[in-house]
Design a protein around this ligand. Structure first.
Ligand SMILES: *[C@@H]1O[C@H](CO)[C@@H](O)[C@H](O)[C@H]1NC(C)=O
Ligand SMILES: *[C@@H]1O[C@H](CO)[C@@H](O)[C@H](O)[C@H]1NC(C)=O
Ligand SMILES: *[C@@H]1O[C@H](CO)[C@@H](O)[C@H](O)[C@H]1NC(C)=O
Ligand SMILES: *[C@@H]1O[C@H](CO)[C@@H](O)[C@H](O)[C@H]1NC(C)=O
Ligand SMILES: *[C@@H]1O[C@H](CO)[C@@H](O)[C@H](O)[C@H]1NC(C)=O
Length: 307
């Protein structure tokens, strides 16, 4: 389903309506199912800092916000309405671009609204856990318990709390993540163990992501910034690909100061020679193009072209 121009706005207004309706009654399930059809292109972003939820279109133009607020018992607003949400009676204030929901238990409110949205929208969620990877851990584990699938999942490790246990809790669920981004560094002594892989991975500061990690990674897209991989490591990686390894791989990008045009060859070639080369798997089933920028900028790229 494609949305263009006005139809996006109409459909989002419809969804606002559907959210309103589904909060007050279960009778309108047919409308909810229609909304599901329409909601394929809806993105639900979770804001872990403010416990806010943003339902928006892909281009971000049309947004509906759900803010979970703390109910201190003295909310005084003429426009307050009471809704039943997941078994709770919740004071709600509608505003132009969204709603405020008041909960006595902030976290339970957040999870209840997500459960409710899961029934309305059949789409993947996105999370930008960019603030503090550790203190949101319990709630993220709960989200995985709900089998929430994530389109985008950003983690920014903060390095001071018990990284091992929080990493182990989420890494076993990476199979539910389409696009994982790790946007800062772990503490130097920490070596994360991947018990499952997302479809795509981007690691901004990937000095710790050694060739051993890369050899076990079965993602379709791998983007490594700040890597320490060297020419000889890439030789190993490309040889493995040629031999039929990395069967899922579509795109690999490595940026590393140790990728050098200094005589260490990759696939028997120096980096300028390798630039633009099309290589094939040994069984001839796949082709890939390599780009090296002539070895000038410390980066290398492999794009697999489907036959
Ligand atoms: C309770 O919350 C309302 C709405 O957020 C706020 O205006 C009010 O000042 C709060 N009252 C107390 C006692 O914190
Ligand atoms: C990391 O998180 C902890 C716990 O929330 C916090 O106390 C600490 O200040 C944070 N450290 C950094 C470097 O942000
Ligand atoms: C961290 O977790 C991994 C995987 O479960 C385990 O192998 C390792 O021993 C743990 N390290 C520490 C320091 O707890
Ligand atoms: C990738 O590897 C994990 C185990 O690490 C496995 O569960 C998963 O099915 C694999 N994904 C694909 C697409 O092969
Ligand atoms: C080329 O650079 C790599 C990475 O810095 C280094 O390990 C290797 O020894 C260098 N080779 C030569 C022949 O200088």
């Amino acid at each position: 389903m494609q949305f263009h121009g006005l139809s996006v706005i109409e459909f989002l207004y419809d969804d606002v309506l559907v959210i309103k309706l589904s909060f007050c009654s279960k009778k309108i399930s047919t409308q909810i199912n229609i909304a599901r059809l329409y909601s394929q292109k809806v993105i639900v972003s979770l804001d872990m800092l403010y416990l806010g939820i943003r339902v928006h279109s892909e281009n971000n133009k049309d947004t509906f916000g759900i803010l979970i607020r703390f109910n201190n018992g003295t909310i005084n607003n003429l426009n307050i309405q009471q809704y039943r949400i997941e078994g709770y009676t919740v004071p709600v204030i509608f505003c132009t671009k969204g709603i405020n929901l008041f909960w006595e238990n902030h976290r339970e409110g957040f999870l209840s609204v997500i459960r409710c949205l899961l029934k309305i929208f059949r789409c993947k969620f996105s999370i930008n856990n960019d603030y503090n990877g550790d203190s949101y851990q319990p709630i993220i584990s709960k989200l995985f318990d709900l089998q929430l699938e994530f389109k985008m999942f950003t983690i920014r490790p903060n390095g001071s709390t018990d990284q091992n246990s929080s990493w182990n809790q989420i890494s076993s669920n990476f199979g539910l993540v389409e696009d994982l981004r790790i946007s800062s560094s772990f503490k130097p002594s920490f070596r994360p163990v991947f018990t499952s892989w997302p479809q795509k991975i981007t690691i901004m500061n990937s000095y710790w992501f050694t060739v051993e990690y890369l050899l076990t990674c079965n993602c379709t897209t791998i983007t490594l910034g700040g890597s320490h991989l060297e020419n000889k490591n890439l030789d190993v990686i490309f040889l493995k690909w040629k031999a039929g390894g990395f069967p899922n791989l579509e795109y690999l990008y490595v940026e590393s100061q140790s990728i050098k045009n200094n005589g260490t060859t990759v696939l028997g070639m120096n980096l300028p020679e390798l630039d633009g080369k099309v290589i094939q798997t040994d069984d001839g089933s796949k082709k890939a193009t390599i780009h090296t920028d002539y070895g000038r900028y410390g980066r290398i790229e492999l794009s697999v072209t489907p036959f």
